[in-house]
Structure formats: C-alpha cells, structure tokens
Design a protein around this ligand. Structure first.
Ligand SMILES: [Zn+2]
Length: 184
C-alpha cells in the first residue's frame, strides 16, 4: 500500500526528470505499481480509509511521485458530488492536440508532492487529445475537456519533469488570458 511517506516531495530530482517510456508486456513490477497507484487514489478519496492512514486526497498520481521515473500515471477524477467521471491508467501518454482556449481551476491546484499551498491560477488547455497505452498495451486516443483534461495535463506534466506552479505567472498569479474558462 502506498502511504504518504512513499510519496516523493518537491526538491527530489526525480520530479524534474523526463520519465522513460515503458515497453510491453509490462513487467510485473510496473503492473503492481499501476494497481497500487490507483489504489492510493481510491483510498485517499474514501474519508474513513484516508483518515485511518492519514492519506491526502488525490485525483491523480504519476509514477515519478513514488520515485519511479517511468511514463505511467493513474487518474481518478470525481465531479463536485464525488461521482467518478474519469478513471484510467495512462502508459506512455502523449498530448497530440490541444485547444488554444485555456482553462483553470478556480481554487488553483495542489499536488501530493508539494506540501505548501501555492496560490495562483494554473492555465492549461481546456481540451486535449491524448494518445496512450493501457496497462494491457492497447493503444487508445481520447478527447477530454475541462476538469479531466486539467488533471491529465497535470499528470503528464509530471512525466516531463514539470510541477503545477511552473505554469503560474509569478508576477501576476491571478491574471488570466482573455477567454480562459474558470472551473469551479
Ligand atoms: Zn502533482
């Protein structure tokens, strides 16, 4: 079981590395890791389990955040009522198209690897087309918008060595490009 002390924090160089692609069939080690990463997200969104194990709630977890510099990330995205609207494990994901229109979360973003709150809007493309492989090696292409697109962008950033605050304008953290969708 992945616990908070297994999660690598900002300052560790693994979070700034470009993660390596995985080959198929996935090694047992990475299959296990994929299931453990998804289990973390499921447990962290369950108030009782989260409290028992002191888990910080997460909607996405990328392999570098547990010290594994490989192209894999788990996503478990709920709507405002807690209903899961997107669940997937990406292997070797690539953003192959994105909208020019930007979107951001009204509350800003957080990250399991960043302990302090960093205020500011984090603009990202509102719509993405992502090509990836499932853990079974099936190639998929999906179109996402709004919150699932934002979480996907955040996780794919991790695989490229970026953290969410890299995208905050440090001089004007609460100014947004015209026509940016603010998601509450
Ligand atoms: Zn993160």
């Amino acid at each position: 079981m992945i616990l908070m002390h297994d999660i690598v924090r900002d300052g560790d160089p693994v979070l700034r590395q470009i993660a390596k692609p995985l080959t198929f069939p996935l090694d047992r080690h990475y299959l296990k890791l994929a299931h453990e990463m998804m289990a973390y997200l499921i447990n962290s969104q369950d108030p009782k389990i989260a409290e028992k194990h002191q888990l910080r709630a997460g909607v996405g977890l990328a392999a570098p955040q547990v010290g594994e510099s490989v192209q894999m990330a788990a996503l478990l995205v709920p709507d405002n009522d807690g209903k899961i609207i997107f669940k997937e494990i990406y292997v070797n994901p690539k953003i192959i198209a994105e909208s020019t229109r930007q979107a951001c979360l009204e509350e800003g973003e957080g990250c399991l690897s960043v302990d302090k709150n960093i205020d500011g809007f984090v603009p990202r493309p509102d719509k993405l087309t992502i090509r990836y492989q499932t853990i079974e090696g099936e190639q998929k292409t999906i179109h996402l918008k709004d919150y699932p697109a934002i979480v996907s962008s955040h996780e794919i950033d991790h695989l490229n060595g970026h953290l969410f605050y890299d995208r905050i304008n440090s001089k004007t953290p609460f100014e947004l490009p015209e026509n940016t969708l603010v998601i509450s």
